[in-house]
Each structure stands twice: as structure tokens, then as C-alpha cells.
Design a protein around this ligand. Structure first.
Ligand code: NAD
Length: 322
């Protein structure tokens, strides 16, 4: 069932801004809550004049109040890129724990459906490949990435406890690497980094020997998967991602080819606990939500490169340096 009034936490971020946009397009009134830690009002500036959209500056780890009815809470607030969560480790743990508690409290108070943005990172450096929802993961609880991975694992557990103890209508989506326009050029994730480097003729920095794999999903696909989950009453967890898997070196070479760049590829150190492989099994999303990713990597990357190239020509400093 489509919601009439939704709260999107982290709505001024990359994924959140697309969710706000699509919900407004579908006729849902949206309250976007964000503290702008890693997001920006710029991401939702185009929605500002719309009476169905409201942006509220709010730290989810503090007091959260929304007046009136709410029938959907999409909980997306959290730093998501390694550069961001390593810069904000305590904030990341707080928003995954206290922030999730407050978002769940809001959903419970309003009798709303609640959808948690979890992540493929709950699988850690996986010992099963591809990853199915039944796999419990391989996470180092004291490693540098644990601030994000364990916060999300805790958030999944808290969401499940609210469902079991309070009967809250919850759903968990485990999102795999998603990319597209509006990513920040310096957020440290591979795709914006490679595109920025290729467009500015700098060396493309691939970590390790580049044989580690990822499966990349174009943002519009991910957003449709999340909304299919929001419209259902399925508890999940459910993987949302594109099963097409490629190595980091293939990704760098593809981006270099699509940009027509002559940037050299440079190999740099691989971060601690970096997963060796990552690929979703999305058969559950197909059977329960009727969803599967549609956009080929070549198409999605072309659209993303065009957006970055436009940004680069408008504000060279935004892309070339912070
Ligand atoms: P993002 O950093 O662009 O967006 C996160 C948003 O949350 C930002 O706008 C930030 O300001 C906000 N935020 C952080 N702490 C907050 C707090 N305490 N109170 C209020 N707002 C707060 O990241 P994204 O890529 O859009 O990711 C959004 C969500 O999706 C995250 O929960 C992330 O874990 C999840 N996810 C994303 C991906 C991906 O590939 N993009 C993959 C898996 C999971």
C-alpha cells in the first residue's frame, strides 16, 4: 500500500534525496529529517517549492517529534561511505543505535510502517558467495569498519525486537553498493573517486591488486526496490542490489574507457578488512517484491559520468578539490 505521509530520515543524503523525490512524485507528503552531517539541503533544493515536501533540520540521536499522522518511516540517516564513517565513528554508532531507536519509536507511536536501510556490510568479508539473506556474516567487531557494520547489525536487531515485542510493522533492506548522480566527488567511494580522477586526468587509484569484486546498482533501481519493500508488509531482511559483479580493476578500466580519459591506473594500499568479494543473491527480492535491477552498469555509469562532467564544468573546485 502506498503511504500518504512519510518521514525520510537522512533525506538530504544521496539515497534519501531520491526517495523523497519519488515519494513526492507518487503523491506522498514527505517530511525529510536530516542534520546535514554528510548530506546537504542542495540535494533536495528542487523539492523545496513543493507544498508536499518539508525539510526539517534534526539530529536523530536527540529528541524526535513529528506532529500529525505518519504512515511510513524510511530510516536512512547514517554516514555511509568509509571516509565519512571513519571521520565520524561515534556519530555513526550513535545514529545506528540511538537514531534507530528514535525512528522506531516514531513509527510505533504513529502506527507507521518502518523500513531500515541496512547494508551488505552486515555480511562483512563474506565466507559465502553470493550472499543470501540467511548468511550471518563475517565482521570484525573491533576493526575500523566495525563502527558502521556493527551499528547496522545492532539496528537490524533493534528493528526485529520492535517487531516482535511491540508489533511494529517493520522491514529491513540490505542495500548493496549503489551509485549515481548526487554522490559527492570526495566521499571516498570507488565510483565517484574513479570518475573524478578520470575526468581531471589524475591517476585512477585502485586499492590492492584490483581483483576484489563489488556489485554496483544504479540509484533508480535501488530506490524502486526500497519503495517496493515500503509498499509491502514483508519483514525481510531482503537484499537490494545488482548481481552483476566486477573487479575494481574492471570498474576503473570501464570508467576510464567511458570518459575517454588517458589517466594511468595506480595501485595503492588496500584498507583494513576490505571485503574480497561482494554479490547479492536477489532471488528473495524477485519472489517477494517482484523487483530486480534493470539498469546495465555501462548505462548507469554513462549517466553518472555526464552528471559529474556537468558539475566539473560548473564548479571546477567542487570536483577537483574540496
Ligand atoms: P549519505 O551520507 O549521502 O546520506 C546519509 C544522510 O544521513 C546524510 O544526509 C546525513 O547528513 C544524514 N545523517 C547522518 N547522521 C544523522 C543524524 N544523526 N541525524 C539526522 N541525519 C543524519 O549516504 P547514502 O549513501 O545516501 O546512504 C543512506 C543510507 O543508506 C545509510 O543508512 C546507508 O547506510 C544506507 N546504505 C547506502 C548504500 C549506498 O551504496 N549508498 C549501501 C548500503 C546502505
Amino acid at each position: 500500500m502506498e503511504a500518504r505521509r512519510a518521514v525520510v530520515t537522512g533525506g538530504a543524503g544521496f539515497l534519501g534525496s531520491y526517495l523523497c523525490e519519488r515519494l513526492v512524485e507518487r503523491g506522498t507528503e514527505v517530511i525529510c529529517m536530516d542534520n546535514f552531517l554528510t548530506g546537504s539541503p542542495d540535494n533536495v533544493a528542487h523539492l523545496m517549492g513543493n507544498s508536499a515536501f518539508r525539510l526539517v533540520e534534526c539530529d536523530l540521536t536527540g529528541f524526535v517529534h513529528v506532529s500529525g499522522d505518519v504512515d511510513l518511516v524510511l530510516h536512512f540517516a547514517s554516514a555511509a561511505s568509509p571516509v565519512d564513517y571513519l571521520r565520524h565513528p561515534i556519530e555513526t554508532l550513535k545514529v545506528g543505535s540511538l537514531g534507530t531507536l528514535h525512528a522506531l519509536g516514531l513509527a510505533r507511536e504513529k502506527g507507521a510502517r518502518f523500513v531500515l536501510a541496512s547494508t551488505s556490510e552486515v555480511y562483512g568479508d563474506p565466507l559465502e558467495h553470493p550472499q543470501k539473506e540467511g548468511y550471518w556474516g563475517n565482521v570484525n567487531p573491533v576493526g575500523p569498519r566495525s563502527v558502521y557494520d556493527e551499528a547496522k547489525r545492532f539496528a537490524e536487531s533493534l528493528t526485529t525486537a520492535y517487531r516482535n515485542s511491540h508489533g511494529t510493522d517493520t522491514g529491513i533492506v540490505r542495500i548493496f553498493n549503489t551509485y549515481g548522480p548526487r554522490m559527492r566527488p570526495h566521499d571516498g567511494r570507488a565510483i565517484p573517486t574513479f570518475i573524478r580522477q578520470a575526468l581531471s586526468g589524475e591517476p585512477i587509484t585502485v586499492t590492492g591488486d584490483g581483483t576484489q569484486t563489488r556489485s554496483i546498482c544504479y540509484v533508480t533501481d535501488t530506490v524502486e526496490g526500497i519503495l517496493a519493500m515500503a509498499d509491502s508488509d514483508f519483514e525481510g531482511p531482503v537484499n537490494i542490489g545488482n548481481p552483476a559483479e566486477l573487479t575494481m580493476l574492471e570498474l576503473a578500466e570501464t570508467i576510464r574507457g567511458l570518459t575517454g580519459s588517458s589517466s594511468p591506473i595506480e595501485f595503492i594500499d588496500r584498507p583494513a578488512d576490505d571485503p574480497a568479494v561482494r554479490r547479492p543473491d536477489t532471488s528473495l527480492a524477485a519472489s517477494r517484491l517482484g523487483w530486480k535491477a534493470q539498469v546495465e552498469a555501462g548505462d548507469g555509469l554513462r549517466r553518472t559520468i555526464e552528471w559529474f562532467a556537468d558539475k566539473l564544468s560548473e564548479t571546477p573546485k567542487a570536483v577537483a578539490g574540496r
